[in-house]
Design a protein around this ligand. Structure first.
Ligand SMILES: Cc1cc2nc3c(=O)[nH]c(=O)nc-3n(C[C@H](O)[C@H](O)[C@H](O)COP(=O)(O)O)c2cc1C
Length: 226
């Protein structure tokens, strides 16, 4: 598989087979992902990988928290999105568009808000993936290091493609930032950024046919001096 093939083929996988992935295979992938670049080679990422009973405990905790407060927001000062009403409307339009495409694929209409919410809750079961990764960052890091964390996550996702695995990055886990901080016993300087589901994609689930659109090149690139 070429790098371009991996990039084109990667999608957010939202349904997984129960096929296990060994600790050794995951460690091998993560060892390669360590080659991700970061400014000053700070490598500002930490990962907690969960599987088996540990993953089940986290899923159970998520069910408890969400049952108590299904509409709760993301705690803290790092919201998942900026105020999308206050900036160029193109961003909110893109967010809405991919949401509509996804719920079209799985056949839950807009009016069925409860159905959409219930489906979204699959996030908190890692969409059935055998492995969940939690990405942790030192809160004192700046915006640059958050960007480098993103490069690291994309590296993991592309390496997963090469192995026939799939991933879904999951900022939704920020909703449980406080509970997971306690659960993992993180110190006061560290915070959970996001999760990532990782496993073998289920080829028969329509949601995995979603190939999200991208803006045309002219919308994002300016060529000057050519
Ligand atoms: C950092 C990050 C967090 C994300 N969080 C979630 C999430 O919580 N749940 C989800 O279903 N998708 C999540 N996504 C997936 C995006 O919706 C997806 O990347 C985007 O719509 C483009 O689709 P594609 O990944 O299939 O190309 C996240 C993506 C990124 C990069």
């Amino acid at each position: 598989m070429t790098v371009a093939e991996a990039v084109r083929q990667r999608i957010s996988t939202r349904a997984f087979l129960p096929t296990p992935i060994t600790r050794g295979d995951l460690a091998d992938l993560l060892a390669t992902a360590q080659r991700s670049p970061s400014g000053g080679n700070l490598q500002p990422w930490k990962v907690i990988a969960v599987a088996g009973e540990e993953k089940d405990k986290i899923i159970a905790m998520a069910q408890r928290v969400l049952a108590a407060d299904p509409m709760g927001g993301i705690p803290g000062d790092r919201p998942v999105y900026p105020d999308l009403k206050a900036i160029d409307p193109i961003y909110d339009a893109r967010r809405r568009r991919v949401g509509e495409m996804m719920y079209d694929k799985i056949g839950i209409p807009k009016e069925d808000r409860a159905g959409r919410m219930m489906w979204f809750a699959n996030n908190y079961r890692f969409f059935g993936a055998p492995i969940g990764l939690f990405l942790i960052i030192d809160k004192r890091m700046g915006h640059g290091q958050w960007a480098h964390m993103g490069m690291y996550m994309q590296t993991i996702a592309l390496l997963a493609e090469e192995r026939g695995w799939g991933t879904c990055m999951q900022e939704c886990w920020a909703r449980l930032r406080v509970e997971l901080h306690d659960h993992f016993g993180l110190d006061e300087n560290h915070m959970l950024y996001a999760g990532m589901a990782l496993g073998v994609p289920d080829p028969n689930e329509p949601v995995n046919d979603l190939y999200a659109e991208r803006a045309p090149l002219g919308e994002v690139v300016e060529f000057r001096g050519f």
